[in-house]
Write a protein that binds this ligand. Structure first.
Ligand code: BGC
Length: 726
């Protein structure tokens, strides 16, 4: 019987494969026939923008335009045809989803899929063919202004989470555009800085999430990064695009420039770029009048083909890719219609926000705060009321509604007397500029201290915001500490009232000189439309926190690997920059150098407690190609239902090359009722233990002993197990 079932199963799989191959052939034949109908001029036109966010079709053949939109946390409001102003539509308000750092903190691939489906549906409804996201640049420094748009410091975590997001978006017939490929790990000098990094760090740290997104997620488009790598711009890069992306990973989709990321016609033509967007004719994206015909992949490209300097096959390959993307999106008659601003999308946003909030510290069970109790709560801080979907650069959103933390608390804590005081002020959002607040800092602070002194509980909502030099595109943060006088304010608040909890809203780690003086601390990211509801869910205990940090919080900036090596490492000398820490990014650095972080990668508390027991592997010795099954029993030993993230790290003692002490290789989030237990089995591919061997330019799996570390944070390991690879 078993054999028959297996045979039917194999036949079905085989049948599907044959069907897919057949469909693939049909699509390619369609592309060939379309291509043969196009004039050279029409083909060249398809390779560059016609407006800020579209590229032209071929009306006489019914080939549509391609419409793109940012990305990645929701669909951006409509931008004017030929300048960066908003078009002022009244039907483009959307659902704002939590920032990708929050998604990463959920450690929950199912939620990533729900995120992708929901944001893809909204993109489809808004008639977008390409959604410009997700971003998977690795978190290298806490000063990077765009870390909030990415998935943290670990390549494995980012890989596992990016794949379902992409699949979810694309099942709507909308292409995800994976960005920014690659090494765009800071905003300072992003348009030209040349990154020098070892092959090992490139392959082991910076590329894996992109690779997974392409090979496993099947991303239909990729956006090149602004910066250079080894002297060549990433938007037309022989090694990165032609060799690694298209040849090695078999990417059959479209490479789009970042806006204004093309710099040369020959390179753009020959080194892997397919669609050029955003080039200004008087410099990078700054022109007010765009002459699209002057783009590198426009008239100059046409002329080089006509003169025979560039073969027509070059443009054919680009158009083939563009048509393939169209047949998957706007020329696919079967794509769904999408929907927007519906209750389900809000629920997805709220669930991700609730699962992504990380409880960092909880002295004396400060959280949760009982919503049934009569008490006075002082809600202090600008971030309690500030709209966090505004600002930040291209990821800025225009949500239909954004529930502020204050509103969320007011709705949930009906028995409490909530007093609000702003405490500090940052100034209005303004892209590329800092506009200081006109409010008087002393009076704001005094009022807040007075409010704190009267309250039973103080909740301080601070952190960063999406202003220039905070968490915002186009500029890095200028300091590791909190801005706008928040440290001084906190100093006074903790003296006025010891019963204080801090909720940090940011996409980056910050310095916390006050951390030992506050009782509770939560990392709450940028949470989107449902921010206030999700925060009230967690603060009240309706939702038990289960988020884990997707990056390390160093005590001070020099404890971060990139900063440890000084200016040439970050931010560089304005021309070059050297990633001197190599593979030792984030917790890999903290572990290997014994530099204790303030809060470690993978850390996150719960309102209940968990015990891990019976940790074991299925075998002691493994061969290449096999799977290690690491298992344990997790018991919820506390008094609330909750979820724990079991994390498997693996290290190679006595390796012949430098290695991190341990690296994340598997994890699983398990919901467990109070008093309940669950058996967790985490598979780890033995081949995933290989290192990138620079001497052979390939992956190498070392034989010998390995150590498995199983725990609930990178600094909270329950048990180590020795195994060997033969
Ligand atoms: C950003 C991209 C964005 C594009 C279009 C660029 O400045 O780097 O992430 O998708 O603009 O807005």
């Amino acid at each position: 019987m078993k054999k028959i079932v297996l045979a039917i199963f194999l036949l079905a799989i085989f049948g599907q494969a044959v069907e897919a191959q057949h469909q693939g052939k049909e699509v390619e034949a369609k592309i060939d026939s379309l291509l043969s109908l196009l004039t050279l001029e029409e083909k060249v036109a398809m390779c560059h923008a016609q407006s800020k966010f579209s590229s032209p079709g071929v009306p006489r053949l019914g080939i549509p335009e391609i419409w793109m939109s940012d990305g990645p946390h929701g669909v951006r409001a409509e931008i004017n045809w030929d300048n960066w102003g908003y078009a002022g539509w009244t039907n483009d308000s959307i659902t704002a989803f939590p920032a990708l750092t929050c998604l990463a903190a959920t450690f929950n691939p199912d939620l990533s899929h729900q995120y992708g489906v929901a944001v893809g549906e909204e993109a489809r409804y808004r008639k977008k063919d390409i959604l410009l996201g997700p971003g998977v640049n690795i978190y290298r420094t806490p000063l990077n202004g765009r870390n909030f748009e990415y998935m943290g410091e670990d390549p494995y975590l980012a890989s596992v989470l990016v794949v379902p997001y992409i699949k979810g978006v694309q099942q709507n017939g909308v292409a995800a555009c994976l960005k920014h490929y690659v090494l765009n790990n800071q905003e300072r000098w992003r348009d030209h800085i040349n990154v020098e990094v070892s092959d090992r760090a490139l392959y082991e740290i910076y590329l894996p999430a992109f690779k997974a997104a392409v090979e496993e997620g099947g991303a239909w488009s990729v956006m090149g990064a602004y910066n250079q790598f080894r002297g060549q711009h990433c938007c037309h890069h022989e090694l990165l695009l032609n060799q690694i992306l298209k040849e090695d990973w078999g990417f059959d989709g479209v490479v789009v420039t970042d806006w204004g990321g093309a710099h040369d016609t020959r390179e753009a033509a020959l080194y892997g770029l397919d669609i050029e967007m955003g080039t200004g004719t008087d410099g990078l994206t700054t022109s007010t009048k765009n002459a699209y015909d002057n783009y590198y992949l426009a008239r100059p490209f046409l002329e080089l083909i006509k003169s025979g300097e560039i073969e027509e096959a070059v443009v054919d390959d680009k158009v083939r890719r563009i048509l393939r993307l169209m047949l998957r999106t706007n020329m696919n008659p079967n794509r769904p219609m999408g929907r927007m601003n519906n209750e389900e999308h809000l629920q997805v946003a709220r669930a991700i926000a609730g699962e992504g909030i990380v409880l960092l510290k909880n002295e004396g069970s400060f959280f949760p705060i009982d919503p049934g109790k009569k008490m006075t709560i002082a809600v202090i801080g600008e971030n309690a009321t500030r709209a966090m979907t505004a600002g930040g650069g291209s990821s800025e959103l225009k949500p239909k509604d954004e529930v502020s933390p204050l509103r969320g608390l007011q709705e949930r804590f009906k028995n409490a007397n909530i007093i609000h005081s702003m405490g500090y002020a940052s100034g209005p959002p303004q892209y590329g500029r800092v506009l200081p607040s006109g409010l008087d800092a002393d009076s704001l602070r005094n009022a807040a201290v007075k409010a704190a002194a009267q309250a039973d509980v103080v909740l301080f909502f601070g952190g960063l915001n999406k202003n220039h030099h905070q968490d915002c595109e186009g500029g890095d943060r200028l300091q590791f500490g909190l801005p706008f006088g928040q440290d001084e304010l906190l100093d006074q608040l903790v003296r006025a009232n010891k019963n204080i909890g801090v909720i940090l809203i940011s996409g980056n780690a910050v310095e916390m000189p006050w951390v030992s003086k506050v009782k509770g601390l939560m990392q709450a990211w940028y949470l989107g439309s449902e921010a206030g509801h999700a925060l009230a869910d967690v603060i009240s205990g309706d939702v038990n926190p289960s988020g884990k940090l997707p990056f390390s919080f160093p005590v001070m900036l020099s404890d971060n690997a990139a900063h440890h090596f000084g200016e040439l490492s970050y931010p560089g000398d304005s021309i070059n920059q050297y990633y001197k820490e190599g593979i030792l990014v984030g917790y890999r650095w903290h572990d290997s150098k014994g530099v204790k972080p303030l809060f470690a990668f993978g850390h996150g508390l719960s309102y209940t407690s968990f015990k891990l027991s019976g940790v074991k592997t299925d075998k002691k010795s493994y061969a290449a190609g096999e799977t290690i099954i690491v298992s344990c029993t997790v018991t919820n030993t506390g008094s609330a239902d909750g979820a724990e993230v079991v994390q498997v790290y693996i290290g190679k003692p006595g390796s012949k090359v430098e290695r991190a002490v341990k690296e994340l290789k598997g994890f699983q989030k398990v919901p467990i009722e109070k008093g309940g237990k669950a058996l967790v089995e985490i598979p780890v591919e033995v081949d995933g233990l290989a290192f990138y061997d620079e001497s052979t330019s390939g992956w190498s799996l070392e034989k010998g002993d390995y150590t498995i570390y199983l725990g609930t944070a990178s600094d909270d390991i329950t048990e180590k197990i020795a195994i060997s690879v033969e």
